[in-house]
Ligand binder design. Structure first.
Ligand code: NAG
Ligand code: NAG
Length: 239
């Protein structure tokens, strides 16, 4: 009888340990991906008209999880003080002046980022994304490196090399690949951070999966051998 009780208790103990392990650790993210997109490229794909000639924010994405908590409803009132900045640096390129894009990003990625105390409110999440975006100053860095929108093409290695040299971490750079295949169009640049918000290398495999799930986005990792078009605001349309 004694040994039976012992076995039962032991199993209960195992069960508890297993379930808490499954519920917590594997769902916690370890990296954040700060994604910028180039409005001219995005709009050539999505048929919008962008007035933005700088890299705008696409999102701040944890490396694990999507739509983690449907009870955390997006509420613009909570980020009222951030809205002027959001409109400037994190605009909805398809529907200007709307908050639809932020709601989408919050529900899909923010509710997962919110598992960490450092990002567990809408104000913390959007505020941190803006802070990291400004800290990186990708637009300024590109200009400093003389990589500017142009009708002539760049080599991919020049773009990647300059970004890598500047931040000293591996970025992930994505392009759209028009069917003709002679040129690829620079579209999205991801820079990664660890959970302490320090720069970190981007992992290609994990984030690729994240991006495959972005419906309608034709971005994929740029190819090393194909010339890169970095389209000016009113550049030629290749797609
Ligand atoms: C979702 O968010 C609510 C409100 O903060 C919280 O009480 C709940 O535990 C969260 N659920 C999950 C699965 O994280
Ligand atoms: C949004 O947040 C504000 C401020 O906390 C609150 O007063 C309001 O009720 C919230 N709106 C919704 C729809 O939850």
């Amino acid at each position: 009888m004694k040994s039976l009780t012992f076995v039962v208790l032991l199993c209960l103990g195992c069960g508890l340990m297993t379930s808490s392990f499954v519920l917590e650790l594997p769902h916690m993210w370890s990296k954040l991906i700060l994604t910028h997109h180039w409005p001219s490229t995005f709009c050539s794909m999505e048929h919008c008209h962008s007035k933005f000639d700088y890299w705008t924010l696409h999102g701040l994405w944890p490396d694990k999880g999507q739509e983690c908590n449907s009870s955390l409803h997006f509420n613009e009132t909570l980020i009222q003080d951030l809205l002027p900045e959001m409109q400037k640096w994190w605009p909805d390129l398809k529907i200007p002046e709307s908050s639809r894009f932020w709601k989408y990003e919050w529900q899909k990625h923010g509710t997962c980022a919110a598992k960490a105390e450092s990002l567990n409110s809408q104000h913390k999440y959007f505020g941190k994304a803006l802070e990291l975006y400004h800290k990186l100053d990708l637009d300024g860095v590109m200009k400093k490196c003389n990589i500017v929108p142009s009708e002539t093409y760049y080599t991919f290695d020049l773009i990647e090399g300059n970004i890598l040299n500047f931040y000293n971490v591996k970025p992930k750079i994505q392009c759209i690949h028009p069917k003709e295949g002679k040129v690829q169009i620079l579209g999205q640049i991801e820079i990664c951070f660890n959970s302490d918000f320090q720069l970190d290398n981007c992992e290609h495999s994990e984030t690729d999966t994240v991006n495959l799930n972005v419906k309608g986005a034709g971005f994929s990792v740029c190819d090393h051998a194909t010339p890169v078009y970095y389209p000016p605001l009113k550049g030629k349309l290749l797609v």
